[in-house]
Ligand binder design. Sequence first.
Ligand code: C2E
Ligand code: MG
Ligand code: MG
Ligand code: MG
Length: 285
Amino acid sequence: QAKSQGRNTYQFYTEALTRSANLRLSMEARLRRAIERDELLLHYQPQVELATGTPVGVEALVRWRSAEGRIVPPGEFIPIAEDSGLIIPLGYWVLREACSQGRSWLDAGGAAMRLAVNLSAVQWGHKGLFGRIREILDETRFPPEQLEFEITETTLMEGGGPETGVLVALRDLGVRVAIDDFGTGYSSLAALKRFPVDVVKIDRAFVDGLPDDPDDQEITSAIIAMARNLHLELVAEGVETRAQRDFLLQRGCRTGQGFLFARPLPVAECMQWLARALRGKEPLS
Ligand code: C2E
Ligand code: MG
Ligand code: MG
Ligand code: MG
């Protein structure tokens, strides 16, 4: 009896695995079609001076408008894009779209500000990466000094991370590099020492418990002090409350993004948001 039960369990798992593999396959096929049919779009989340709310930049965040009209968040398809290699065409689409929309903003008289774009490990491992970046910058005429790439700390430290040479070449172009989700990996300090980066983004997980959680207080304060000592810029992620903002400001972090200021917005809404927030303020450089 035990034996037949074992077999049933085995059969159950086999069926479940087959089902999830099929599901994944169809997701991959749909994603491939989505890239071809232009079903992807970018939302932009403003980054602001915490003290004044003045925008200093935006982060581009990819979305997928599925055939059924649902907006699919990146957490549901980026991992599949990475596993299947689709992240390569998808990533170049994101970069080109962001630079060309950024160029439109500038052409319409919008203030110069930073445009942050996420790059995953697989993209950093792509041989043609640097050439394509330069091509896209040329074609869109987007100023390299306003472009920033976000790379997670885990990506930096794992095998598939970037060659230091590529980071240096990007820097020579004037492009900046930020460490995303800082503090969530096992080797944050080593990552800072090994790679030439300009910006540290404090992960939302640590901002979450501010201002009351003693561990989050310690961790964010340490990250801020260290980044300042190394003359790195800081951006806090996931700032949702005034109390969080005040704590960060008091510890010396001047820049952040989060629902307190703005959610990621469709491009037209983001441009309106920026224009309104900048009205009557000095142009940024
Ligand atoms: P990330 O780069 O760390 O982006 C920040 C995420 O936090 C975004 O989620 C954003 O909507 C969310 N967020 C911002 N402020 C708040 C807040 O105040 N509270 C809360 N609870 N959440 C906030 P999103 O857009 O779902 O993106 C998730 C992740 O997907 C990103 O994390 C990034 O790792 C990845 N991703 C997004 N776009 C791209 C892309 O174009 N390429 C690649 N390779 N990855 C991308
Ligand atoms: Mg990011
Ligand atoms: Mg992040
Ligand atoms: Mg994240």
